[in-house]
Each structure stands twice: as C-alpha cells, then as structure tokens.
Design a protein around this ligand. Structure first.
Ligand SMILES: [Zn+2]
Ligand SMILES: [Zn+2]
Ligand SMILES: [Zn+2]
Length: 277
C-alpha cells in the first residue's frame, strides 16, 4: 500500500485562515503551508474530504474520479466538506473512472452529507453515491481493502471513527482525530490480530506538554500509544510512526516538526509526503 498525505494541518489550516499570530505570519512570508488533513491510499481509497480536496487534486495531479471508496472519520468541516460532492457527475464530470462512490462514516456524517448536498445535488449525481453508516468495531470490504472502523476519542456529540486498513498482509492504523484511545481499541486490535506497519498519529498539539485536550494528542501521547501498540503486538517492530494534523498553535514549521519527530523515531508528515509499506 502507498499512503499519500495530501494535507497535514488541523481544522484552521497553517497558516490559519483568520490568524495573525507570529507563526502564521511567518508561514505566510515563507510560503510554507499545510492544508487540512486528507490521505489517499493507492489511487482508489480516500480518507476524509476537507475543503482543500479540489486544491489537492490540482496540486498533486490526482484523478479523484478513480476513487471508489471514501472513509470519513467524522463530520467536522476539516474532514468532511460534503458540498463538494455535488460536482461528482452530471455536466460537471466526464470520463469518470469509478462509477460509484461508497462513503463510510458515522450517523452524523450521514446527516451532514444529506444537509450539505440537499440544495444542489442532481439526481444523477446522487444515484452514484452510496452512503454506508459505519459502526465502531465493524469490518467491511472497500474494493479489496479490509477496513475496520474503531472508536475515536474526539467529541461527545458524535461517534467519530478511526480506521485500520489492511491489504496484502500490510496494515495502516489511521488515528485522526482522537485523544488517547480507550482500552477497547487495543483489545479489538489484539483479538483480531491486527498489526500495523504504519501508524498515523493525531499530533494536533505537537511538542506541547502542557496541553492535554483529551480529544487530540501531543507527541508524548503519540509515543505512549505507540509503546502500547508495540507491547501488545498491534504494531510491527519496524513500524513507521507518522505524526500529522498539526495546529497552528504548535507552530508546525517543517524543520521543527522534523526535529520533534526525530527525537521519538517518528516521521513528521508534510503535504505531499508519500510512504510505501
Ligand atoms: Zn481535524
Ligand atoms: Zn496562527
Ligand atoms: Zn475533529
């Protein structure tokens, strides 16, 4: 599997959309940016649909029409900009490679999909989109990828998900957005003998030790989770640990995130980074 990080910022982006803090000003001056988080696995399995999805297609030369399955972690706008889906067909898209798009997400994502597309979606477009409500601790097949939906610790208002994705004996554990996971997640991975070759961490808070949000993580919490995954055999000994989804409050300049990651043997994601496992 090949995972490509198309965006690596938290909800506000970096530089943040309305912000004039020192880090954001500097990021603007340097032209160093991180867009909202999204990942593409091989060519056909997409994780999340931020507002920058369109920009990602042009920046990285991605054929979004080839995507047949979309995993949505939760309904927050930085992860699910449903309105974009109205452009998937009719007179807005020709020569599409995948006829049907299957979207997986929780009940709230389903509602946001319905609300966000209600005014503009054409019947033809709607007919080629299937929404499947994903429950925590269930598995499904996404065009040859074995996908497990697991509970995130993110918001009380929604049953947000994280995902384990497996193909050809390789596994990716995608942990956005979440604070420290509950025991149930570890138990499930152990019981189902799911072992990650790559773990993608919510590192919204970067190297900050003071802030423990409970709904996102810092790098120290990432290290704690990785240590536990390794201990129970849910991560391969040579696992690649990637940190991503950085807030502007972490001043996530690339060189600083690289050195922070290096201290833990992690890899700091950047927009466009590709890893093959
Ligand atoms: Zn987020
Ligand atoms: Zn800022
Ligand atoms: Zn969120």
């Amino acid at each position: 599997m090949r995972i490509r990080y198309l965006g690596t910022a938290a909800a506000e982006g970096f530089p943040a959309v309305f912000c004039n803090c020192a880090a954001c000003k500097m990021a603007r001056e340097l032209g160093e940016l991180r867009t909202r988080s999204q990942a593409l696995i091989d060519e056909t399995l997409l994780v999340d649909l931020p507002p920058e999805t369109y920009y990602h297609t042009v920046r990285f030369g991605i054929d979004l029409s080839a995507v047949s399955h979309l995993l949505v972690t939760h309904s927050h706008t930085d992860h699910f900009y449903a309105q974009e889906l109205v452009n998937r067909g009719y007179k807005f898209a020709y020569g599409m490679r995948a006829k049907t798009l299957r979207i997986y997400g929780d009940e709230t994502v389903r509602e946001v999909f319905a609300e966000g597309t209600a005014r503009e979606i054409k019947d033809d477009v709607r007919a080629d989109i299937r929404f499947i409500t994903a429950e925590p601790f269930t598995a499904f097949d996404c065009g040859g990828y074995e996908v497990y939906a697991l509970p995130a610790k993110h918001t009380p208002s929604e049953r947000a998900l994280v995902y384990f994705i497996r193909k050809d004996g390789k596994g990716i554990l995608y942990l956005n957005d979440t604070g420290l996971p509950d025991e149930g997640l570890y138990d499930f991975l152990r019981e189902h003998k799911l072992r990650a070759d790559l773990v993608s961490f919510d590192c919204t808070l970067g190297g900050s030790q003071e802030i423990h949000s409970g709904r996102h993580m810092n790098v120290y919490e990432n290290a704690q989770v990785l240590e536990k995954l390794l201990r129970i055999g849910a991560a391969a000994p040579d696992v690649r640990a990637v940190i991503t989804h950085f807030s502007h409050n972490a001043a996530p300049f690339r060189k600083d995130m690289d050195s922070l990651a290096a201290k833990f043997g992690f890899i700091a994601a950047y927009d466009g980074m590709t890893i093959e496992i």
